[in-house]
Design a protein around this ligand. Structure first.
Ligand SMILES: Nc1ncnc2c1ncn2[C@@H]1O[C@H](COP(=O)(O)OP(=O)(O)OP(=O)(O)O)[C@@H](O)[C@H]1O
Ligand SMILES: NCC(=O)N[C@@H]1O[C@H](COP(=O)([O-])[O-])[C@@H](O)[C@H]1O
Ligand SMILES: [Mg+2]
Length: 387
């Protein structure tokens, strides 16, 4: 069963996915907009194209005629994926999932309006003037995000009316794709937030990983841990919502479904139809299969009967501090000698401030102390500096 997979996006998440695929003898062509991206370094082949260019995507798919197309980022001309599905290529998890999640409007309207899930109150705006009006309607504080962006790019919080113009300008700098529109969401004063990794399978058996807690700065994750302590009824509510939204989008794979938990219950935030950055905590072997192995097995249609928690764990990111064409690290020996921990350096060929360059994972056995495991991950990550 050697299958050919075209991976659209070749960052750190793709790299671990390719490693999982290689271990089961699959062939992967890794694609991104720049050469020597992390996943390319371990794949069978590579292509450098602009994935927002439909013609370039068509040519790539025609050239390789893969069994599977696995999107790894959002910035893809996802409308084209429906056609590839019609040609008999399996898009993971489905063309609809990739298409709806690339634009915050489609996924938010599906969740809030069609499925009636609880979300932050929200409006859309296509100009600074419309944003003024939208902010009045949802109230201050509120969060502004480009419809097409990820990892917090172009995202900011409005705390006073004076912030509105700046939030608009910032959203336009951080937006990728060709849409100028933003979503403005009421600020949810949550107690904590989680990612619920959800596995959908061809046989209809949907499974959930233990919830992952995480902390964000500038809209980007800093640490994550598993399991996140949670009230049983909140977990059940989140699982129900995750089952509904993944069923509406269709297909098999791992999904990172994000929730805020406040005093007034569980809010659906957004989801990735692919491995999630906060799910890198599973690289600490917290589960019988990490999120990348789960994704690969779901892609190949290998049945997963259960997901079990084997350890507790945490992850903390290693971020670059400066622009470099030849990034390096100091402090790696400290990581190498630390007990109950491991790390990844992604091999990104260039750095810019706040670019994620690596990750530290820590773990303990099931009766360990999660707070201690998280502090250890943070302390270790802080010992590494990029040069
Ligand atoms: N309405 C909100 N109220 C309070 N906090 C929010 C709200 N929206 C976003 N945040 C905070 O910002 C973080 C990033 O937001 P979101 O997940 O929407 O951005 P993103 O760019 O899609 O990030 P990623 O691609 O990494 O998941 C959230 O995890 C949360 O901490
Ligand atoms: N929140 C989404 C996320 O974490 N995506 C991961 O980051 C890479 C882009 O990194 P880069 O911006 O450093 O090239 C993506 O390719 C994916 O692996
Ligand atoms: Mg998010």
């Amino acid at each position: 069963m050697n299958k050919k997979i075209v991976l659209l996006g070749s960052g750190e998440l793709g790299k671990e996915f390719v490693i999982a695929a290689q271990r089961l003898g699959q062939t992967v062509i890794a694609v991104d907009s720049y050469d020597n991206a992390p996943a390319m370094q371990v794949a069978d082949g590579r292509e450098v194209i602009n994935m927002l260019d439909g013609k370039a995507l068509d040519a790539l798919v025609a050239k390789h005629s893969p069994d599977y197309i696995v999107p790894e980022i959002e910035a893809i001309r996802t409308e084209r994926l429906y056609d590839y599905e019609k040609q008999g290529i399996t898009v993971i998890p489905s063309a609809k999932a990739a298409n709806f999640t690339m634009n915050r409007k489609s996924i938010r309207d599906l969740a809030a309006k069609d499925l009636g899930l609880k979300t932050a109150n929200y409006r859309y705006a296509t100009s600074a003037q419309e944003l003024q009006k939208a902010v009045k309607e949802v109230g201050i504080p509120c969060v502004v995000k480009p419809l097409m962006s990820s990892s917090g790019k172009g995202q900011s919080t409005i705390k006073t009316p004076d912030d509105i113009q700046r939030a608009w300008d910032y959203s336009q700098e951080g937006s990728r794709g060709d849409v100028a529109e933003v979503i403005v969401e009421a600020f949810v004063n949550f107690n904590y937030e989680i990612t619920l990794l959800t596995l959908t399978q061809h046989d209809g058996n949907t499974l959930f990983c233990p919830p992952i807690g995480h902390r964000q700065e500038r809209g980007d994750y800093q640490e994550s841990w598993q399991p996140a302590a949670m009230q049983e009824d909140h977990l059940k509510t989140a699982q129900d919502m995750a089952a509904q939204v993944t069923a509406a989008l269709g297909g098999a794979g791992i999904w990172g479904v994000e929730f805020f938990i406040g005093n007034d219950g569980v809010y659906f935030s957004e989801l990735s139809p692919r491995p999630h950055d906060t799910g890198m905590v599973t690289l600490a072997n917290t589960q019988n299969y990490n999120e990348f192995e789960l994704h690969l097995r779901a892609v190949l249609g290998l049945p997963i009967k259960e997901i079990t928690q084997e350890r507790i764990g945490a992850s903390a990111v290693i971020l670059a501090t400066a622009h470099s064409e030849n990034p390096g690290f100091t402090g790696i020996n400290t990581l190498a000698t630390a007990p109950k921990s491991d790390f990844r350096l992604f091999g990104k060929p260039t750095s810019r401030p706040y670019r994620r360059m690596g990750v530290v994972v820590t773990y303990d056995d099931l009766n360990g102390d999660i707070t201690e495991v998280v502090s250890r991950a943070k302390e270790l990550a802080a010992k590494v500096k990029t040069t």
